[in-house]
Design a binder for this molecule. Structure first.
Ligand code: SF4
Length: 447
């Protein structure tokens, strides 16, 4: 049960020294009880207090790290149920499954294909995060060889899925890469957890539904706490239900057995259905989703969905507010003005590229708000646009006096002309209209 402010206060030094930033120990205790302060902010806390309050100050979902260096994947450490409450911190890791039954050449081709699953969206790199090697062969030596081959050539953290013999063969060989070990079950958990502990690797604890998994996690956690939970379901609805209930219990009730990151496997045979299943798990609340799909056209929507779920809703995605040169620009080229909201900017950029007419894009600093939102907030109106045009010096680079504004803010045309002295051209409302607009207006600039 969560501790109250008074429970916490009893453990504090009660000197009211203010070193923690709170005016009194009681205020600090209340802040801790509300999750707004942690005990490490009090430099005078005794060891006894740290021990007693450890659980109360621990995040509701433990942080677990898989992999090392650039391949490291951080899981968990989430504090809210809904992204509008605060934000989600550690995006769901996507793990692509590779069977150890593949021959040497097939394995190399598969590794190369998975390594290539890196894409760019609105200026950000999106990629898969892990490779799950599965002991489909049932042979420990084959599994070890496949794991070593993947570890040597793949750019991602590893998830090793095997029985005890397979894990005992493979884990020590790649322990330096800190793979995630799958799985400790009711039958084998002592051996698998001992292996994980000896090699300093995190381990998946796999139960059979909520109650069974909670009981197993409680046993394992007495020995080792680098845990990821797998509820062991095969039906997507059951997996979803268990993960939602577990996360609610972890966040709202601080139920420690569910205070760990969770793993789910998308099992549908059709890659499109598999991705739909994975989308569900990314939303609620898997820290790792394993899937077989390895085509970019299947994974891109999943990665875009993950990106949207894990974008901080309080910080819109923004590009740097500056002048962008699109294509082989010259003094005749059009000057488009838009906001610095990433989706707006990249939509405009894509269409300017598609128009085959080079151009300048001036991204006005609207704190990442889109055109109409920024206009309504007074951030994309005549004055700030004029100031930006003046400050960036774009009109010194061109031999004309024209700027193109989005059609949605045609209403600012008169005022902008008046204060800037520029010829303000109203462009299309949507970025998709830019190619037709540009071709009609600047046919001589077609490349
Ligand atoms: Fe109390 Fe510790 Fe804060 Fe000092 S730093 S006021 S002892 S809680």
């Amino acid at each position: 049960m969560a501790l109250t402010g008074l429970d916490i206060f009893k453990q504090l030094p009660k000197t009211n020294c203010k070193d923690c930033g709170s005016p009194t120990c009681l205020a600090f205790a209340m802040a801790m009880a509300n999750g707004k302060a942690s005990l490490d902010m009090c430099p005078h806390a005794t060891e006894a207090a740290k021990e007693t309050l450890g659980a109360a100050t621990a995040p509701p979902v433990k942080t677990v790290k898989v992999g090392v260096g650039e391949q490291e994947v951080v899981l968990g450490d989430e504090t809210v149920l809904f992204r509008h409450d605060k934000t989600f911190y550690h995006p769901t890791a996507l793990a692509i499954q590779i069977s150890d039954k593949l021959s040497g050449a097939e394995l190399d081709a598969k590794i190369a294909k998975v390594n290539d699953l890196v894409m760019d969206r609105v200026g950000q790199r999106i990629a898969i995060d892990m490779i799950a090697i599965t002991n489909c062969s049932g042979d420990a030596a084959t599994f070890k060889a496949a794991v070593e081959a993947v570890a040597a050539k793949a750019n991602f953290a590893l998830l090793l899925v095997a029985d005890v013999a397979g894990l005992e063969a493979a884990v020590p060989a790649v322990a330096a890469k800190k793979p995630l070990i799958h799985a400790a079950t009711a039958e084998n958990w002592e051996k698998v957890v001992a292996l994980a502990k000896a090699n300093n690797c995190p381990v998946v604890v796999k139960g059979n539904g909520l109650d069974d998994t909670a009981a197993l996690v409680e046993k394992v956690a007495k020995e080792y706490k680098e845990i990821v939970i797998d509820f062991g379901n095969t039906a997507p609805a059951k997996t979803l239900g268990d993960m939602v209930n577990a996360r609610r219990l972890a966040i709202k009730k601080k139920f420690r057995p569910f205070g760990y990151p969770m793993l789910a496997c998308a099992l549908a045979a059709d890659p499109k259905e598999e991705v739909v299943e994975a989308v569900t798990y990314v939303a609620k609340y898997a820290s790792i989703v394993c899937l077989k799909a390895d085509e970019k056209q299947h994974l891109l929507p999943l990665m875009a969905w993950r990106m949207n779920i894990y974008t901080d809703p309080q910080k819109p995605m923004a590009v740097e507010a500056k002048v962008y040169e699109i294509g082989d620009v010259g003094p005749d080229c059009p000057v488009y003005v838009c906001t610095n909201f990433a989706l707006t900017y990249f939509a405009v950029e894509g269409e300017v590229v598609g128009s085959k007419i080079p151009g300048y894009i001036v991204a006005v600093d609207t704190d990442g708000a889109s055109v109409l939102t920024a206009w309504a907030a007074g951030k994309f109106v005549a004055e700030p646009i004029h100031e930006t045009i003046k400050a960036c010096g774009i009109m010194d680079k061109v031999n004309h006096n024209n700027i193109v504004i989005p059609g949605y803010v045609a209403i600012i045309t008169g005022k902008l002309k008046e204060i800037s002295g520029l010829d303000v051209i109203v462009g299309p409302q949507e970025a998709v209209g830019i190619p037709a607009f540009a071709k009609a207006r600047y046919p001589q600039l077609m490349k």
